[in-house]
Design a protein around this ligand. Structure first.
Ligand SMILES: [Zn+2]
Length: 138
């Protein structure tokens, strides 16, 4: 059996594209981050059949991840506003931060789940042999 045709897929590119953490080939979401039809996550990987929701309610944990992302983003933005505008008008901060929360929420939703599966799930690792074409067992 040859494995020459399998090129390992770098974590960074798989992560950015929200690909399956095990095979890095299958997509985790059925549509793009800002698609109007909303967030549509596959139940399992279309390529290697990994079940993304490791156990019932698993994605509740992703809410904490997305909360942490929100806090980090808000702090960064507040500092950026202060540095760039030097404004001390609280309404500038409130309107920019609230607007950003809305704009960033699909992004946070998606990447909190990607981070959860990539970094916070013990026992779930990349299997390069699975990124090749899967043998079809029918
Ligand atoms: Zn997969």
């Amino acid at each position: 059996m040859t494995t020459d045709n399998i090129k390992p897929i770098p974590q960074f590119s798989a992560f950015i594209q929200a690909k399956c953490p095990r095979c890095r080939r299958g997509k985790m979401f059925a549509n793009s981050t800002y698609s109007l039809s909303g967030q549509n996550m596959y139940k399992s990987c279309p390529h290697c059949n990994l079940s993304f929701e490791r156990e019932p309610g698993y994605f509740y944990v992703a809410m904490f991840v997305s909360y942490a992302m929100n806090v980090a983003e808000m702090v960064t933005l507040a500092v950026a506003i202060a540095v760039l505008t030097g404004s001390d008008n609280p309404w500038v901060y409130v309107s920019v931060l609230l607007g950003s929360i809305l704009v960033l929420s699909p992004f946070n939703f998606r990447y909190s789940r990607v981070m959860l599966l990539y970094w916070l799930t013990p026992g779930l690792h990349y299997h390069p042999e699975m990124s090749g074409d899967m043998p079809h067992k029918h």
